[in-house]
Ligand binder design. Structure first.
Ligand SMILES: NC(=O)c1ccc[n+]([C@@H]2O[C@H](COP(=O)([O-])OP(=O)(O)OC[C@H]3O[C@@H](n4cnc5c(N)ncnc54)[C@H](OP(=O)(O)O)[C@@H]3O)[C@@H](O)[C@H]2O)c1
Length: 285
């Protein structure tokens, strides 16, 4: 469904490149229909060579030549980029933000007009086409806009559609920030293996493969994690002894607290941003 759409990226760093790569390698979009801008000319040259897409240093050129524009700069910069590009935007274009913690209300305030807006929350696993991406739609989207966004983010993993106000902060706390928790868990398991005498290399491989295998088993068997846990933990065995220690250390409560803290922080940052963008617009008349 993206074949006849021109897709523009403003900012082509980590996430921008992951998306370009997903779209081109999965053939969801044609390279000749993709245009990217960035501050770094080296980065643009590299992206052009790797994926055969067009590049420019001019953000307005991206806006002019795209039906769908993906804002992929850091959240701290998105305010100025929205302001710079707003004059080239109208309702013929679909605007998608991947900026973490930037609410639709802030984007709308930053652009200062009624536009077709979509906010997404992908995660870093987009690099390996395994992102879990939440998609929320603004007030003025057209029929089919969410499907267009889904087609883009399906090229780097799995997508879910949500109501922004209720759930985006929860997604940010769980799947947006989640890879950081899992990386720490893998690192800690590797430390544990080293403590028990394994080499660092073997230990890291074993902990990573164990997380990968467990995730795959959950997805493929569709069994509840509790049921799978029961299949590992035999009576009087090793796994239940380890589980007892995890429960003593409060692993479950700690993870719940971590997601709650991250979601609260996402809301705090979002509220501040809405306030800032509205203030900014007032001050600029
Ligand atoms: N990384 C993640 O895990 C993750 C997960 C979910 C969502 N996100 C969101 O994805 C967005 C991008 O993150 P990222 O990790 O890809 O950041 P990144 O690697 O820093 O990429 C952003 C790119 O935008 C460029 N840029 C800066 N100002 C610009 C401007 N005025 N016009 C055009 N390009 C400009 C930057 O160039 P310079 O480096 O030269 O400044 C950089 O190459 C963020 O909003 C983030 O919240 C990231």
């Amino acid at each position: 469904m993206l074949q006849d759409k021109r897709i523009g990226f403003i900012g082509c760093g980590n996430m921008g490149e992951a998306l370009v790569s997903g779209l081109v390698l999965s053939k969801a979009a044609k390279p000749e229909n993709i245009i990217c801008s960035d501050l770094s000319t080296n980065l643009l040259e590299e992206i052009q060579q790797k994926y055969g897409v067009s590049t420019t240093a001019d953000n307005m050129e991206v806006v002019k030549n795209s039906d769908i524009i993906i804002y992929a700069t850091k959240p701290q910069i998105i305010g100025s980029v929205l302001k710079e590009t707003a004059p080239g935007l109208d309702k013929s274009k679909l605007i998608i933000s991947i900026a973490a913690g930037v609410p639709l209300a802030a984007i709308a305030a930053g652009l200062g007009k009624e536009l077709r807006l979509i906010r997404t929350m992908p995660n870093i696993c987009a690099f390996v086409k395994e992102s879990a991406t939440a998609i929320a739609a603004g007030e003025f989207v057209l029929k089919g806009d969410v499907e267009l966004a889904r087609a883009i983010f399906d090229s780097v993993g799995e997508t879910v559609f949500i109501q922004e106000n209720v759930l985006m902060d929860a997604f940010t706390g769980l799947s947006g920030s989640g890879p950081a928790y899992i990386f720490i868990i893998v690192d800690a398991l590797a430390d544990a293996g080293v403590k028990m005498g394994l080499s660092r290399k073997d230990s890291l491989f074993l902990s990573t493969q164990t997380v990968l295998g467990s995730a795959k088993m959950l997805l493929e068997s569709k069994e509840h994690p509790g049921q799978l846990k029961d299949r590992v933990a035999s009576p009087g065995g090793t796994a239940i002894a380890g589980i007892h220690t995890l429960e003593q250390g409060g692993l479950r409560t700690t993870l719940i607290n971590a997601v709650e803290s991250a979601a609260k922080r996402s809301k705090e940052l979002g509220d501040l941003m809405v306030k800032d963008f509205i203030e900014n617009n007032k001050n600029n008349g």
